[in-house]
Design a protein around this ligand. Structure first.
Ligand SMILES: *[C@@H]1O[C@H](CO)[C@@H](O)[C@H](O)[C@H]1NC(C)=O
Ligand SMILES: *[C@@H]1O[C@H](CO)[C@@H](O)[C@H](O)[C@H]1NC(C)=O
Length: 262
């Protein structure tokens, strides 16, 4: 039971790699003295519900490098019933580099819109009270992002705090998209029923890879409310960065660059 994390994790990953068509169910107990380090090579790997728990850990840091793609179970009910896919608990200093995580959540969302009885993961009312802080994004497509699927929903996202984030050449450092439509199928030109409110961006700084560094795209039907920018300093090459807002309401305080469109 008490195994050094690295070898245990290696075992778990080996299991995943050797059983590409199988689901790996892993509970990884971190018993580590050194920071844990996990590498996922190129390829697609099925991964079932997985927990990384740092409770008994001297060093609670964990680094994951992903060159490939981790894929959730085909049957959306598996994760839907579990309520989550990959969980980190009591870790401090989590770094994730590269890679793609595909939870295959589409079926769950389709179920939710259909009115059938769906797994608990699909019936939760919303997302509330989330803090993301002290994060560095380097060369990524998105920085701090909230996206909601352009489908009817009674859900909500509220009470989100993004704090102390550094952006290094990030395409969308700050973005809310209420019209997210994967593959542009079944939802173009629709709006999301998920209501977004009470989102705070505090001390977000660094460089944007595109001129529009702050994007709030919300719908006329369900505008985003109580969006707050506080001490934001995003630059774009040698030109002024811009922000664009659609149906977003809120306020800005402290130094906010690009100037707020809220
Ligand atoms: C979210 O935070 C608010 C304000 O602190 C609190 O009233 C509410 O109970 C919290 N909700 C949950 C689900 O924790
Ligand atoms: C904003 O960031 C730029 C680039 O990092 C820096 O030169 C500038 O001093 C910052 N402005 C403030 C007021 O902190």
């Amino acid at each position: 039971m008490v195994q050094p994390l690295t070898s245990f994790v290696r075992t778990v990953l080996l299991f995943i790699i050797l059983h590409r068509s199988t689901l790996a169910m892993a509970n990884v107990n971190i018993q580590c003295a050194k920071p844990a380090s996990i590498y996922v090579p190129r390829g697609r790997y099925l991964l079932g519900k997985t927990k990384f728990d740092g409770q008994n850990c001297k060093n609670k840091a964990i680094t994951i490098r992903i060159d490939g793609t981790l894929v959730g179970p085909t049957d959306y009910r598996v994760l839907g019933n579990a309520g989550n896919w990959i969980i980190f608990r009591r870790v401090s200093g989590l770094s994730i580099y590269g890679g793609t995580l595909d939870g295959r959540g589409k079926g769950l969302w389709d179920c939710k819109a259909s009115g059938k009885s769906c797994p608990i993961g699909a019936t939760e009312a919303g997302v509330q009270n989330v803090t993301v802080k002290t994060v560095t994004f380097t060369g990524t497509q998105n920085g701090v992002r909230i996206k909601t699927w352009a489908k009817p929903s009674n859900g909500f996202v509220r009470g989100v705090l993004f704090q102390h984030a550094t952006m290094i050449n990030v395409q969308n450092p700050i973005i809310i998209e209420q019209n997210y439509c994967p593959d542009n199928t079944n939802c173009p030109n629709q709006v999301s029923g998920v209501k977004i409110s009470d989102v705070m961006y505090q001390d977000i700084h660094g460089s944007s890879a595109t001129q529009v560094a702050v994007k709030f795209y919300c719908s006329k039907k369900y505008p985003c409310n109580k969006i707050t920018l506080k001490d934001v300093n995003l630059t774009y090459k040698n030109q002024p960065a811009l922000s664009t807002c659609a149906n977003a309401r809120g306020s800005a305080s402290g130094l906010v660059k690009p100037s707020s469109c809220l």
